[in-house]
Structures are given as structure tokens and as C-alpha cells.
Design a binder for this molecule. Sequence first.
Ligand code: ATP
Ligand code: MG
Length: 693
Amino acid sequence: MLALDSPLLATSYLDNLNPAQRRAATYGVGVPAALPLLVIAGAGSGKTNTLAHRVAHLIVTGADPRRILLMTFSRRAATEMIRRVERIARKVIGEGAAVLTDALTWAGTFHGLGARLLRENAEQLGLAPSFTIHDREDSADLMNLVRHELGFSKTEARFPTKGTCLSIYSRCVNAETEIDRVLARSYPWCVNWAAELKSLFAAYVEAKQRQSVLDYDDLLLYWAQMMTDPDLASDIGERFDHVMVDEYQDTNRLQASILLALKPDGQGLTVVGDDAQSIYAFRAATVRNILDFPAAFSPPAEVITLDQNYRSSQAILSAANAVIDLAAERFTKNLWTERAAGSAPQLVNVRDEADQARFIAERVLENREAGATLKEQAVLFRASHHSGPLEIELTRRNIPFVKFGGLKFLDAAHVKDMLALLRFVENPRDRVAGFRLMQLLPGVGPTTAQRVLDQIELASEPLAALGAAEPPQRAGADWPDFLATIAALASGHAAWPADLERARLWYAPHLERKHEDAASRQADLIQLEQIAAGYPSRERFLTELTLDPPNATSDRAGPPHLDEDYLILSTIHSAKGQEWSSVFVMNVVDGCIPVDLGVGAPDEIEEERRLLYVAMTRAKDHLDLIVPQRFFTHGQSSTGDRHVYAARSRFIPTKLLGRFEQTAWPRAAAQPARPPSAGPRIDLQARMRGMWR
Ligand code: ATP
Ligand code: MG
């Protein structure tokens, strides 16, 4: 460890930072009673990089890495941050750096770290330490079950769907807002159901508690509640000397209250973000968190802004700046760059989505011919299902890809079955898991499963109650086999991850029976075992996997190995914080960006503008925005599925066209449409007559 005044420190690893970045990396380090710090700046200005340098600087100057709480947007971002910190620290302390950065065990997402703190303090909170976590789909299933029990699914006027109910519930919780206000503001067509929704949510909360399950929102809600107890709050706050948050613009009110409760005087607190990139308001994130941060403390926090962009070529940066300049309000200023102009971003007109997919595949291959790897290229889209035609085209041409965001590996029925088994062993009161699991057995239907689950739920020893339950007659030998498997897994005799193999062997005959393509599904389960090996325990595996599932891989192309080269497909939301040499943005048309919002409120439209800004600012050297003239919509309500003619996104109005180079692909698409007066293109009738002359 080096002393603060060591001459070595001044030179080495901070040299690459510009003066503002260096100030942010070193601000208050070693100074008693330093103010909290906010770094607010535009995309690609080095915020994440600066935060990594700050962590490295802290560690190198003697901070205990186990006492640093580092919150990032995804687990992937946390892992990447730790790697960066290690690379930086290595320059000063050599090989030893890895030992220290491995000790950054409190790096992860708000939700993941919340789950750990809750489990550690479970007993004091009256929670079962073995609580399991419901992902959104499980939560919707449970909401549905409760909705059904209360008879709301049979109401004459149509009661909101389970998905809508869950969204409303989630919005109330995360925005800490009364249901009436949430309904009036965001779900006006549901205002008449306010009373029923309240009783539904009350029953939903009770069901979760009886079953010892927490949903995503609970992790933040319980954490925030835990911090209202002064003793617990100071216990937890004192465990950490430094609390740091990246992408702070996308946190919600609960997260802000957790942060303030951890460090009420702000000491040791650093947050980093960009209000122009706030894209999670639909999950109740609020840009007010970052804007109000300085004044939350007295004296107010130190604010450092960065203004140089290191990521994008001049041409790309100025196009992105022009797009965000049209935003209604914004705090961060435009950035400048020393990079050369580079090629102008392209606005590529294509006929339809099929051509869009062909264009991307061809361009990606051309880039590869020119020496760019696939991994240096990414295709971004607004909604996960937009990439369907592209996935087919890539598979057809044998271009490997990995998709981030949207449908996950974990959503596959067989993977869910296996996870349900593990979750049920972990927490037999988890009804959604138990319900799914028992119905895998031949002869066990919903009624039988409910009966057994009822008995378990009321029992003080749920596993004993399961063993004592009357065996479903039609399940035959499968029932004792099921009980034996549960008992073996619950005993913990097989060490993790050998557990999972035991589970897979039990599941194999059921998989065979249920699915024709059992062999390829088996391969997924073996892959699941490999993933499992990366986690220290069954509980950590289930928790982390539920909170931050691994990337979806294509069934058809087969999962690429990590050392292989593959193209990145990602929703814009999941592309946050990342960068690639070439970026393609699909469907830059009204109806996609902005997404078809119907009666979109102005602030929702503004969020869509920021999304386009986030997408564009991922590009370093090449940026293609693709504008299909026709696309297929999955219509809601009466419109149904149909092709619609699309217009270029309203976020690139005519006055911005000078920032782009407009092209058409293939060339034919550039030809102007024939005027209607030109008559039929070919005289088919004359041809038919001519055949007989
Ligand atoms: P975003 O807003 O998209 O999250 P960011 O502000 O976090 O972006 P980084 O991802 O930290 O920006 O940095 C963007 C790129 O600029 C990275 O490739 C990083 O290595 C590079 N970079 C940052 N600071 C410097 C610097 N001082 N000198 C050279 N390169 C830098
Ligand atoms: Mg960043």
C-alpha cells in the first residue's frame, strides 16, 4: 500500500485522465469530511472510466475494497468495472491488484446487493432467510392467481390484465406514489377499478408474505424500509466507507432514499450520470434524483462536469448533439472532441424490414472483410421483437450473434422448469414454483397441485408436509421419485453445482415426454450447469440469475463460445454505457422511435428522443440509422397485425438532415415512385393476348 504523499502516485495511473476527470477521481480522497460528489456529463465523456479510476485510486491509497459499495446498472457493468479497476491498479501495485479487486465483493446492481443485505438481516426483519425472488413473469403469474381468487377475472366489464395490474402496482411502489395519482396519470382507462386494484394489491402482498417470496420491487422497497430503522440503517451505512453509483439518472425515488439513508451526511458518496440519457422513466426512474442530488446535502455536494467526448468521431458527435439539442430541457452541455471528423452518419433508406436485415448482414460482412471483428459491431433496436427478421438473416448466413435484452435463455420452458425445481427446494412455500413443478408429473393437474400447495403453505415444516401429503393416485411411481429428489436436494449432501446434475437427471424423462426436441433442450440444461458453476451456492445462483439473467443466445445459431467472434444485437435500453466501432440502429421511423404511444404524453416523447441519443452515442467510428419505408406492426386493439408505411423518426427533422448522409439500399429503392398517372407498369393483358399470335 502506498502512502498518500508517495511520489509514485502523482505520476503513474492518473496521467491518462484530463484535469476535470482527475479531479473527480481524486476528489476528497484522504480528506476528512469531504463533500459528496456528483459527476454529471454527456455520453462518452469518460464518466464510467473516471469512476473506475476513483475506485482504483481509493484502493491504491489504502481504502478497504470490502468496504466499497459500488452500484452499477447491470451485473455485467459491475464485472467490467472491476476489471477496469484491476487494470488501473495493476500499473501501481502489479500482480497484487487482483487480490484487492477480487475483494470488491459489494459491486453489483441495486437489486442484487439489496437481496444480499436483506438476507443477511432477514431475521431482524421477520423475513425467512430462504426467501426466493420472483421475476416479472412469476410476479405476473402470482398476480393472476390472486386476481382469479378474488373473482376479478370474471367481472363483466373487463378488469385490467395481469400485466397491467403488475405495472400499476410496480409504479406505485417505485415512484412512492398513491394509486389514485398513478391511475389518473398513467392508466386513465383503469381509474374506475381503483378500489378493486387496492384490494388486489393488498391480497397480492399477503400472498407473497405467506409464501416467503419477494418480487423485484420488494427488494428496493424492503431495503428502503429496513433503512428507516435507525439502528439497522447505521449498522449498514457504517459497513461501507464509500458508496458509488454509476448511471444515476436511471434510479428511482426508492433508490435515492436508500442512498441517502446509507450516507445521510453524504460523506463517501459519489454518483455519476447524464440527465440526457435518462431512459427508464417508464420504470419510475426520475431524472430529479440526479438534478436534486447536490442540494440534498448541506453544504451541497461538489459537482464536476466533463465536456470532452473521447468516444465518437466529430461527425457522429455533432449529429448526436443536434438530436439532443432539440430536447425540451436538459442540464448537461454539448460535448466537444479532438477526434477527426470521420465519415458522416448514414441515414439508410430501405424498402422494408427484410431489406433492412439484408442490408445489415451485408454491411457487417463487408466490415469484417475490411478487418473489423463482429464484436466491434452492434445492432440496436427499440423493442426486442424488432430483431426477428435480422436473426433469421444472420442465421441463414451463419453469422454468429448474441442478443442482449428481450427474451432470455431463462424464459425457455425447460430452463424455467429446472429453476422452479431449485427454487421450490430452496423455498417450498413458493407457490408459483411449486405449481409449475408438480404439474410436470403425469397425472398431476392444477387442482391436485393446489391441494398439496395449500397443505404446505399452512404447515410449519413445509417439506414434512409435502412428504405427508396424500400422493396423487395417477402420478404412480413418479410421486415418490419426486419426493426423493426434493429430499436429496434439500439435504444439501450433493455439493453445489452437483445439485443441478441431480435435478437434471430427475427432469430428463419429463423433458422427453413433454418436448419433441428434447435433445437440444438437454444441451441447454447442460449449459445451465456450466453457468451454475460460476456461482458459489444455489441461493446466489438463483438470486443473481433471476435479477440479471444471462444473455439470450440464439437457439438456431447455437450459443457462441466466449472466445468466438460474434455480432452484438441489443435493445437500446440494454446498450447503456457501452460502445462499439460500428453501430446500426434499426427502424428509425415514427412508430418505433418514438414507439407508437397512441396519446403519448410530452414527457414520454422526450424519453424516446433520449433513447435515440443513447443509441447514436454508442458509435465510435460508423453509425447507420436505418429507415425502412414499410414495416410490420403487431397492432394492439382493433388494428391487428399489418404493414404500415413509415416516416423517418420525428427526432430527425429536415433541418437536421445536413448532419447525415442519405443513401438508399439496394440502389433500386432510391428510385422515386412512379406518378399514379403513369398507368400500369406492364400490360399483362396484351402479353397474354400476344402469346397466341
Ligand atoms: P456513457 O455516458 O455512454 O456511459 P461515459 O461517460 O461513461 O459514457 P466512458 O465509457 O467512461 O464514458 O468512456 C468513453 C470512452 O472514452 C471509453 O472508450 C474510454 O476508454 C475513453 N476515455 C475516457 N476518458 C479518456 C481519456 N481521458 N483519454 C482517452 N480516452 C478516454
Ligand atoms: Mg458510462
